[in-house]
Write a protein that binds this ligand. Structure first.
Ligand SMILES: *Cc1c(COP(=O)(O)O)cnc(C)c1O
Length: 472
């Protein structure tokens, strides 16, 4: 038995396999970034993929295992991978991810992650500063935008609702206001918190898919009249489906006037705080009580690396505290270094080391380069579609998310929806490009997110001509 375990922990074996794997991954990166003939994925239906891995477990060559994994994934580093909002990781953060995997400090308490806990404070302080917060602001890292949004809304409820729901449970009807275009996880968070369907006050969006702030007052009064105590309003920066930003400035003024918690879901585009050219998209973010930014979306970090930042750091400590007198906590002993008091997770990965490494190795300017490049490319692709007779945009891109569809005057809306779905399925099975689709007000759109700074105009043109060739 011990002999087997010794083999598992063999440094010799680790060194050998590690070097081989790095070579394999570097070759993969090189081919995917530089060889135009590579595909973004080799499509298999789920049952075929499952059969493959059942067989492989039984009789596959163990020396082929890593190579097979690399071969059978969707390649986020391929410039023709323009589907979901997952970043092509900066390769150096694959190394820090490996460090986190091997060193495996659990982060719940300071002793189990001294360096990464302190680095987490440094990184979140930097993010707070970039948002425009002051020195009372604090943040922490957590496992994904979904969990971060839930945590922020829990903090909001603790801060704004008089009764102690955390300890005593719900009595009154509570609600939050959010655009109908918000990410589904906000809806899910509200349901988990027991707000129910009627507690999610969905604000219709304008024809440009941004929250219609002109009707906020009316919607709030309507909720109040039906006995709902609204405690928070969520702005999307931007919304996931369309990439359109809500007007954060106007929402913040509304929140202030009615004493609501203002939360910004910047999971995708909060990183625009780093872009000199595009930071106007998040004007007003500095007034938010809490902000979520996903590092694994617009900041080149591995999944999952998310920051949740609070304008007033005390609130971060209050979310899960048993006592309501949290406002005293910071003045006594802030205890920023024992993370689990503030995060949903107990154990979590050493995610701060990815962020810190990027700041240290490349400087914060690299995030400006990344966000600016991608948003510019989103606009470039938007222009190409605008100029094309066969395609139309859902909305002029606000960011690196582009929704468009094939059009043909002779077809009905239903036929166009079916046809655009068929196009997307064709592209998936073909595998050269990877794009997704979305439904906006009953219209089917093809949806692209430019996440790779090396996706060029030629790729966009080639995608459109490929679609037209298919339809011939
Ligand atoms: C992606 C996204 C989320 C969810 O974040 P995860 O990290 O995937 O959990 C939430 N909100 C918005 C606006 C997003 O784009």
């Amino acid at each position: 038995m011990l002999k087997n375990l010794k083999q598992v922990y063999s440094p010799v074996d680790f060194r050998k396999r590690g070097h081989e794997l790095i070579d394999q991954l570097a070759d993969h990166l090189d081919a995917q970034l530089n060889d135009e003939n590579t595909k973004t994925l080799a499509w298999h239906i789920p049952e075929d993929e499952r059969t493959f891995w059942i067989d492989f477990l039984e009789k596959g060559d163990e020396n082929q295992l890593f190579a097979q994994i690399i071969k059978r994934i969707t390649v986020v580093h391929n410039p023709k991978c323009i589907g979901h909002q997952v970043t092509p990781t900066a390769p150096i953060t694959a190394l820090t991810a490996m460090m986190s995997g091997l060193l495996n400090n659990g982060m719940a308490v300071y002793e189990m992650g001294m360096a990464p806990s302190a680095m987490e404070r440094v990184v979140t302080d930097l993010l707070c500063k970039k948002i425009g917060y002051n020195t009372h602001s604090r943040g922490f890292l957590t496992s994904g935008g979904t969990l971060a949004n839930l945590t922020a809304l829990l903090a909001a409820r603790k801060a704004k609702v008089q009764s102690d729901i955390w300890n005593e449970g719900h009595k009154q009807a509570l609600g939050i206001m959010v655009s109908e275009e918000a990410h589904y996880c906000v809806d899910r968070a509200a349901k988990i918190m027991g707000l129910g369907e009627k507690g999610i006050i969905k604000i219709p969006s304008t024809e440009n898919y941004t929250m219609n702030t002109a009707i906020l007052e009316k919607e709030l009064q309507k909720a109040k009249t039906s006995g709902i105590e609204v405690f928070a309003i969520v702005g999307s920066a931007p919304s996931t489906a369309t990439g359109v930003y809500d007007d954060l400035s106007t929402i913040s003024k509304f929140a202030q006037e009615y004493d609501l918690w203002f939360h910004v879901d910047g999971a995708h585009g909060g990183a625009a705080i780093f872009s000199e050219k595009h930071k106007h998209t998040v004007t007003g973010i500095q007034y938010a009580d809490s902000v979520v930014i996903d590092g694994h979306k617009m900041m080149m970090l591995p999944t999952i690396t998310t920051a949740l930042l609070f304008k007033n750091g005390n609130h971060a400590h209050a979310t899960f505290s048993q006592k309501a007198d949290y406002l005293l906590i910071q003045s006594k002993d802030e205890d920023w270094y024992n993370k689990a008091k503030r995060t949903f997770e107990c154990t979590k990965t050493m995610m701060s080391i990815h962020w810190y490494t990027m700041f240290k190795m490349y400087g914060e300017g690299i995030f400006d380069d990344y966000v600016t490049t991608l948003y510019d490319k989103g606009k470039t692709f938007g222009k190409i579609i605008e100029d094309s007779a066969n395609f139309e945009l859902a909305i002029k891109p606000n960011s690196n998310i582009i929704c468009f569809r094939y059009i043909d005057k002779n077809l009905s809306e239903q036929q166009l929806n079916d046809l655009n779905s068929k196009i997307r399925q064709y592209l998936l099975e073909d595998g050269e490009f990877y794009i997704v689709q979305t439904l906006l007000r009953d219209t089917r759109y093809l949806r692209c997110t430019v996440m790779n700074p090396f996706t060029e105009k030629e790729h966009f043109n080639r995608l459109l001509s490929k679609i037209l060739d298919y339809l011939q």
